[in-house]
Design a protein around this ligand. Structure first.
Ligand SMILES: NC(=O)c1ccc[n+]([C@@H]2O[C@H](COP(=O)([O-])OP(=O)(O)OC[C@H]3O[C@@H](n4cnc5c(N)ncnc54)[C@H](O)[C@@H]3O)[C@@H](O)[C@H]2O)c1
Length: 254
């Protein structure tokens, strides 16, 4: 489902929660008992704070930056979209470093980070594998990757989905947190946030019926992925190597 500016209004609240949870999960994973390197995110006077790298400056990334800054960490955020970096640069006025995410710069920043938060999204596609195994081997043992993009396959080559009961695993000496549905850890906040954005659509679908609700709302129409057994999303169809029928045609609107 798309908003008027091409944004993803139903995903956004979940992304905000996952983004705000990511530094918290990372801070916990960095603790010794969890296999972490024993670095405290905020450091203490006389001992430098942890280096946190956030890859992706969208909803997840911007919220992760906010909390990591709150923890007192030394934060770098990377993206290929310089407008997003510009917004964060202006907001944090020097408190956060921003960097364009070319492969060489990414490798260098990942290798020296205590905590890497993967927050990229390629809409309708699997996440790009920006965190390479080779680079992970250069990180200090016990450093942490929180791969928030795991619900889209993950952006680290070493990532595989985990659960809330067993959220962590160690690969190449690095602690990985790869829970595909992070907001369910904070279900009370998540339910309220999700209900706020979904309820108007539920009311429209219940009141008007599916075809009419979709006819009236182009953004909701874009959320239709499958209709009468046929894929209606071009990107998903391309990813799966299947045929697709445009939404308007499937609904008899074209
Ligand atoms: N695990 C969870 O519980 C959970 C919850 C919410 C969202 N997510 C996932 O988190 C990811 C981020 O979501 P979002 O809402 O922040 O998306 P978003 O579209 O708001 O932001 C994604 C950012 O990634 C950047 N990006 C894309 N490809 C890139 C590349 N190759 N190099 C550098 N930057 C790149 C984009 O420019 C954009 O700024 C998605 O994969 C989403 O599915 C996971």
């Amino acid at each position: 489902v798309r908003g008027p500016r091409g944004d993803l209004p139903l995903l956004a609240p979940m992304s905000r929660i996952a983004g705000r949870l990511a530094p918290q999960a990372g801070a916990w994973a960095l603790q010794m008992a969890n296999g972490g390197s024993g670095v405290l995110l905020g450091g203490v006077p006389g001992v430098p704070p942890a280096r946190v790298l956030v890859i992706g400056a969208g909803s997840v990334g911007a919220n992760a930056v906010r909390i990591a800054v709150g923890f007192g960490a030394q934060v770098t955020v990377m993206d290929r979209d310089t407008d997003r970096l510009d917004a964060l640069d202006r907001h944090y006025a020097g408190r956060v470093e921003t960097s364009a995410s070319d492969p060489a710069a990414l490798d260098e920043e990942i290798a020296r980070a205590d905590l890497v938060i993967g927050a990229v999204l390629a809409p309708g596609r699997r996440a790009p594998k920006l965190i390479r195994r080779e680079t992970i081997r250069r990180m200090r043992a016990g450093s942490v990757i929180v791969d928030v993009a795991i619900d889209q396959g993950g952006c680290a080559e070493t990532s595989r989905p985990t659960s809330h009961t067993q959220p962590l695993f160690v690969e190449e000496g690095i602690v990985h947190y790869c829970v595909p549905n992070m907001p369910s850890a904070c279900a009370r906040t998540a339910t309220l946030a999700l209900a706020q954005v979904t309820l108007p659509h539920v009311v429209a679908l219940a009141g008007l019926g599916m075809p009419e609700a979709l006819r009236r709302d182009a953004g909701l129409r874009e959320g239709l992925q499958v209709h009468a057994g046929r894929l209606t999303d071009a990107a998903l169809a391309a990813e799966l190597g299947r045929d697709f029928i445009p939404v308007d045609q499937a609904l008899g609107l074209a």
